[in-house]
Design a protein around this ligand. Sequence first.
Ligand code: PEP
Length: 252
Amino acid sequence: MRKNIVAGNWKMNTTLPEGLALAKGLDEALKGKTPNCDVIIGTPFTHLASVAAAIDTNKIGVAAENCADKEKGAYTGEVSAAMVASTGAKYVILGHSERRAYYHETPEILKTKVELALANGLTPIFCIGEVLEEREAGKHFEVVDAQIKGSLFDLSAEDFAKIVLAYEPVWAIGTGKTATSDQAEEIHAHIRATLAAKYGQEIADNCTILYGGSCNAGNAKELFSKPNVDGGLIGGASLAVDKFMPIIEAFD
Ligand code: PEP
């Protein structure tokens, strides 16, 4: 059956010393504990190797927050999936709404990134989600379906089975406005049905679908109690151990 996961997304926060302190603090807080979920931290590129070397990566997986859509070569400033994998990171967050909105990442670009990530042994944590106007117009189901189909549905079943999805309504990210657990469950169940129609029920049932958007210690338990919500992608609340730990412990 599918895994539960709580994954942090630090975004463009923390200097290297601050990030190392945060990662080591989490490592320390997890000592002697066996959480009922996998724990992942998504860090800036500059931190990946040092963080992976400083913590027990069997207990805390390390994720990049992006990778290039090119394999290698003359792309100044870009970081390839192979480079990410060589740091000890095992995951890469792709398709975050901030990257789609500010860096114009299209479904086609994301499709290439997903393929390169998989080819380099990384697990993509692939983000989807609608903006407020789309939700208000009742278009959220078709928006997430288009995002999934546009970037993932050319994958073989074997490759698709490696993907983790994160449903993140854009109106809930960093806003303090969380989707209700019923809203999350409704769309997660819809997403799973979309996956089942393409790849069959077994692959759909085995796909971890995270919720992201102002998830915190106060609402995680309720969100994660829903049958199709398999954990969270956590932004702001992943930047402090005492805020992140209760979310991990929401799976009891
Ligand atoms: C995110 O950026 O993935 C996110 C969910 O952010 P926050 O938890 O701060 O809303």
